[in-house]
Design a protein around this ligand. Sequence first.
Ligand code: C2E
Ligand code: CA
Ligand code: CA
Length: 832
Amino acid sequence: MIISDEERTDVILLVDDEPSNIQVLNKAVSSLGKVYFATSGEEALRLAREVLPDLVLMDIQMPGIDGFDACTAIKTDPKLQDTNVIFVSAHIDTEHQLRAIQCGGIDFLHKPVNTILAEAQVRTHLTLGRQQRELKVARSTLQNVIDHLPAFVAYWNEDLINVFSNDVEGKWLSVSSAHMQGSSFSSVTRNSTSLSQAAHEQLNLAVEQSRSGVTQVLELTLNSTSSAILFAAASVVPTLIEGKFSGIVLLLHDVTPLRVIQNDLRKEKELFALTLSSIGDGVIVTNLEGDITFLNPIAELLTGWARRDALNQTIETVMPLVDASGRKKLINPLRIALSERRVVGASLNAKLIRRTGEMVEVEDTAAPIKDANNELQGGIIVFHDVTEAREMAQRMSHIASHDALTNLPNRILLQDRSERALENAKRKNEKVAMLVVDIDQFKTINDSVGHSVGDQLLKSIAKRLVDSARGADTVSRHGGDEFIVLVPELTNWDNAVAYVTRLMQQFTTPIWIDSQRFDLTCSVGISIYPDDCSDTESLYRHADGAMYRAKELGRNRWHFFSKDIETQVMKRHGLEQYLRRALVENLFQIYYQAKIDTRTGAVVGVEALIRLKDEKGKMISPAEFIPLAEDNGLIIPIGRVVMELASRDALKWQDMGFNHTVSINISTVQFNDERFVDDVRELFDDLSLKPELIEFEITEGAIAKNTVRTKEILESLKGLGLSISIDDFGTGYSSLSYLKRFPIDVLKIDQSFVGDMLSNLSDEAIVDAIISLGRSLNMQLVAEGVETEAQVRALSAKGCHIVQGFYYCRPIPYSEMCVYLAKGTHKKGDPL
Ligand code: C2E
Ligand code: CA
Ligand code: CA
């Protein structure tokens, strides 16, 4: 059982051969502890070994073993080391005192004993003894702790003489504590085999500096051969007493494992950096935020950013990427690697904008950096300059796909483009033309002038062919004097004809080489997809065949593969030429067809219809030439002619006192022409014509397109005072909502409905619907193509009273219309 010091009762042993003395002593100390008695030195020793007293009050003069001998025996007994002895004696002279101290006594009590004084004296000694024991325990605990400290602790006094060290074996400084004790600081450090000269100097300097009262901290490298301690953190702690330097404590602790790890890490990092620095690719490492933490010299070179400027910048700042065009910014793959935590492969055609602004084509790969626990730590991007490689690849592919002499695409590229053009055309319902162009009698010329001039000729021919082409066209050379032109995205054959016409035109100018004149001609064969065939191979064969046909027919001409196309194209081509001529020579005429109010028989309006006779005087139908004029744009000048002629006639009728309207047909192309409204305004300004008498007939197709603009145009026309009529109403596909939004005056029921109205129920239903629609919107209704009386009656019954058609009046020239108008009312079919 452990008894704490407070609880423990002190044990007191009273020794005297005189029992009366013991009685007196007992009286004095009995309250202070447990008291034992002995009346001889022998008994005292025996009892002391048994009860282990804290304090012995010992008589000196006793028979047998006297007090001094008994004390000596107690003090030499290890079990009784802590036992204090006080001598009790009547004679206390110097000799006695000296002997008492020599044998280990601590105090004297005088006989006769004063009990009060004795009690106080014994109490003090018991207390002191207790404190002494406590101190001993504390000290041994401390010693124990220090001995087992995984550190070196040593103390040097103010004269720097070692007082203490906990390094019993000398594993720290190769000096055991025993050897160290009494040695000066500098001799210990100088003689320590663990310390280098430098370390010795460092430590002694630290000691000097610590005299100011400040703890010095330093790190030592130990050249220890025997122990595993290689690196130690040292603290030189000055101890101060009342502010005065009184010595130093040297503390060392082992930092070897830490340093070893740090060293390994540093080495690894250096190796890593060295590796990244010596590879040929640019490498940039970022943290989680995409801020740069490392870049290697190649990355510095490629980005134009020095490392010190680049660090901590975002990846986008240092490595901005754009697409091949150089305009569209690209997301840096590193961002994707960070956000999606995956490796991002090379982006195609990326360009890096360098700090200087120039662009470098790069190929890059980015990856996330994860630690052992798969936690994202940052990202890395590796990239290299592929400008040269890409240029080389481009050059190679250019060489492979182009003709060396003219630099035109060759057969391979043409093949590829043709295939794509056909696919596109199929999807978009367009046509593709292939033209085989062969220079007439080139072989003869070439043989006579030599190849170098021949080559120059071919080059300038190539240039002329290219000059005739549009952007989408491909002009290619297939060796010799054969050129093939691919004309994609055609809506009809005219574009091909336009190209070949321009081309032939080019050949009318002579080519000059070294002041030698060459008048060349060519023969061209044309084949059209999908009219002639459905694949590129046959397209070429057909065009080639057509080219031979052109040669057979006498060269310097073009020829279509298909006879049908050929005739149609020739016809259209001829017609186009004729329309141009008609414009110049004023061959267009206007016929008029009356609109009759069936209730009164009065002419309420006339429709102007264009007429053109061919060279032989035969009428060409507007249904034939208007669509062509719309395709080639001639409708604009033609439309202007119609407007002018009709307006002049209208003016004349107005002057004669007629007040019927004159309707003019406006083509969609005309309506959508930017200058249209201005043209109309100018015309009416020139003539002092009442615009209320003019009506424009527009098809649904024209106004269904662009509603905002359409509304503006229609309102401007209305603003001029014109009426608006929807021609061929019911045949368009548009929604009817425009009728409410746009200022429309008249609906013309298409002649197809009128024609079949009496035989076909659904046509009749449509006519009914149009009539009720027109009425509810408060629009005038005109029925077109009325040919019979039955139709007139039926329309009247339904409430449509204005009709136009052969039943009353065919289209007739101005002069005849004047006669017709003079008749006033018209009940029956046209008498003319
Ligand atoms: P449209 O505007 O629907 O003109 C009416 C067409 O029907 C005229 O043909 C006219 O001759 C014909 N027609 C009139 N009454 C009857 C009838 O009772 N029975 C039959 N079967 N047909 C009748 P045309 O003159 O040949 O004109 C054809 C189309 O050409 C016109 O159709 C119009 O779209 C266009 N057109 C005519 N002249 C011009 C013009 O000056 N400018 C524009 N842009 N187009 C015009
Ligand atoms: Ca019309
Ligand atoms: Ca019509």
